[in-house]
Ligand binder design. Structure first.
Ligand SMILES: Nc1nc2c(ncn2[C@@H]2O[C@H](COP(=O)(O)OP(=O)(O)OP(=O)(O)O)[C@@H](O)[C@H]2O)c(=O)[nH]1
Length: 585
């Protein structure tokens, strides 16, 4: 029993320590030692009851008589659409004489802010501002609430009353004016760099979109432009330039409108980039649904002037956006989509950066220049990765196009040019040779009794014969000759700088090569013969007259006629129209 007294004493000691800790005097910011600070942990705060708006005197009384809460982190965060809050922060200017300081709350959602500086019990300054106040009526031309004040030597107390329908996150920052200006300049460079990257990529992809008309490029550009404009609006630059006085809440509405614009563009871009519809139709439908339903809800919020509803939906869309990016990336990875890995890495990085920034403003993580700007850093990283993926896609689309064009000109069985491929290659050569009066000849080659081979050995063996003859021809012709599969078992050969007399010898050589070729199959060895019809110029002339630009077609017909005669005369021979005239075949 005696031992328990010891524990009681210890518990009492701890309790009294806690009580004394909680009622000990509020910490003071010694401005000579900490010339720039985010002051949440130095501030006391309480929230007004819904019914009454307190005066400064009443608030001072309440700070003195009750136990207001102490800030638990750099930024105090109390949720969305909460009751107005009062803050009290003690400031000590230890230098002799007055010094200039900047006091600011670095978030755009705070609508009405009153700030009082009290020194020796006297109000020496009262400043009003916030997002709900027209731009030119603000103490400084910033989106955030900010003002500069000369603090006299000794202790001054800063009182703030903040009222907002948006998120009550208060990153209260106090710094010397000199440091604040330095920070402004370095911020301008940092934002300029990040926005510069994103806008350059957006512009480039916009140009690509107008050139190739693929929606991915347009959506990607819209996504980036939407994000940058949203960021410019959120950080106040946009309003400083173009929308100084559209009244209370205009800026909040603009922010959330821009927020949904880039989220919608981003989600549709990701869907198309990863081809989500092809392997994850449900996810694709959910994504489309979200981009329709949430904006409709927000439109309802706008029509009924319910900013809180619209804000909540905008944050929901933004959260869904980050999560859907990751889910789409995982699905793409599962389905072996080439872009999936990089997409996943960059979307996870961006989502992490967004989380860190939001948590910093909400007071859950340290609030500083880096954590605050991590959203832009993450997005710039994501923008670069996505641009890289689009470039890869462009390259593979070009390769696919070339492959498709090539395969449209190639016969899939033999690998030779088809009629289209022949025309593509032969036309320009034909025109050039004709213009310069050089000789040119055509040889039409037809396998004899090919139907019988199909009938006797089957279609597959017939194909094997076609392939063998194609190979024999390919190996037997010169590099400058143009060979094509002209029809079922028919081949066409264009011989440049070759007169008809030479072409006949050439054709004879090919005939004999075909005759001696063998095709091995299950039923034994197949041998085939072919009939060849030739038509060519002699000393640059066809039938003693000059060859016209359009004579290719008629020369093929003449070769075909010669071939027909060979077939009639017993096959496995070579002939030309001229030989026919002289009765050779
Ligand atoms: N295996 C196979 N057969 C084909 C292909 N294309 C066409 N054929 C066949 O080739 C045969 C051509 O027959 P025909 O036009 O009567 O000519 P042929 O039997 O060679 O007789 P001649 O030309 O008079 O010697 C037809 O039976 C077609 O079905 C193909 O790609 N593969």
């Amino acid at each position: 029993m005696k031992n328990y007294y010891k524990y009681y004493a210890l518990v009492l000691l701890i309790c009294s320590f806690c009580v004394s800790f909680s009622i000990r005097s509020q910490p003071i910011i010694e401005l000579d030692k900490t010339p720039a600070v985010t002051a949440g942990k130095y501030s006391l705060y309480f929230q007004e009851s819904e019914q009454s708006k307190l005066s400064l005197a009443e608030a001072m009384e309440q700070f003195a008589s009750t136990s207001p809460a102490t800030g638990y982190s750099e930024s105090i965060s109390l949720g969305i659409s909460v009751a107005p809050v009062w803050l009290k922060t003690r400031l000590l200017n230890a230098s002799q004489g007055t010094d200039s300081f900047r006091i600011s709350t670095e978030t755009p959602w705070l609508d009405y802010i009153d700030a009082w500086i009290v020194h020796d019990g006297e109000v020496i300054e009262h400043v009003q501002g916030g997002d709900g106040v027209a731009f030119e009526q603000r103490p400084m031309p910033y989106r955030y609430f900010a003002f500069e004040t000369n603090l006299p030597e000794g202790e001054s107390v800063l009182y703030l009353r903040i009222e907002t329908v948006g998120p009550m996150a208060i990153p209260l920052r106090i710094s010397t004016t000199e440091l604040a200006v330095k920070r402004d300049i370095s911020s301008a460079y940092q934002y300029g760099f990040l926005y510069g990257i994103m806008l350059a990529l957006a512009l480039y992809n916009l140009i690509l979109y107008f050139s190739v008309r693929l929606p991915e490029y347009g959506l990607y550009a819209l996504y980036l432009i939407g994000f940058v404009v949203n960021s410019l609006s959120y950080t106040g630059q946009l309003h400083a330039w173009i929308t100084p006085d559209f009244g209370p809440y205009f800026q909040d509405w603009l922010d959330i409108f821009l927020m949904i614009t880039y989220s919608i563009a981003g989600l549709h871009f990701a869907r198309l980039l990863l081809h989500t519809r092809e392997y994850a139709p449900l996810l694709n439908k959910i994504t489309i649904g979200i981009t329709v339903v949430i904006p409709l809800g927000m439109l309802f919020g706008a029509l009924s002037n319910n900013l809180t509803l619209a804000l909540l939906l905008a944050f929901l869309l933004n959260t869904s956006f980050a999560m859907l990016f990751i889910v789409m990336g995982i699905q793409a990875l599962k389905n072996n989509i080439a872009a999936a890995w990089l997409f996943l890495v960059c979307s996870v990085t961006a989502a992490t950066c967004i989380c860190i920034s939001t948590s910093a403003v909400a007071g859950m993580l340290p609030y500083n220049g880096v954590t605050f700007k991590l959203i832009e850093i993450g997005m710039a990283f994501e923008a670069i990765c996505l641009a890289f993926l689009l470039a890869q896609r462009f390259r593979s689309a070009e390769a696919d196009k070339l492959a498709a064009e090539k395969s449209a000109r190639i016969d899939s069985l033999t690998g030779l040019n088809n009629r289209r491929g022949f025309a593509h290659i032969a036309q320009p050569i034909w025109h050039q040779k004709i213009r310069t009066g050089r000789d040119i000849s055509l040889v039409l080659i037809d396998i004899d009794h090919f139907k019988k081979i199909n009938d006797d050995y089957g279609h597959a063996e017939g194909d094997a014969v076609l392939k063998t003859v194609a190979t024999v021809l390919k190996e037997g012709v010169r590099k400058s000759d143009i060979l094509a599969r002209w029809g079922g078992e028919e081949f066409l050969l264009l011989l440049t700088d070759t007169a008809e007399s030479e072409a006949l010898q050439y054709a004879e050589r090919l005939r004999s090569l075909i005759e001696s070729a063998e095709v091995q199959c299950a039923a034994g060895t197949i041998r085939v013969t072919a009939s060849l019809g030739v038509c060519g110029t002699q000393a640059g002339k066809l039938d003693d007259s000059l060859v016209g630009e359009n004579d290719l077609e008629s020369m093929i017909n003449t070769a075909d006629k010669a071939l027909y005669k060979v077939k009639s005369a017993g096959r496995n021979q070579v002939s030309s129209a001229n030989l026919l005239k002289t009765g050779y075949c």
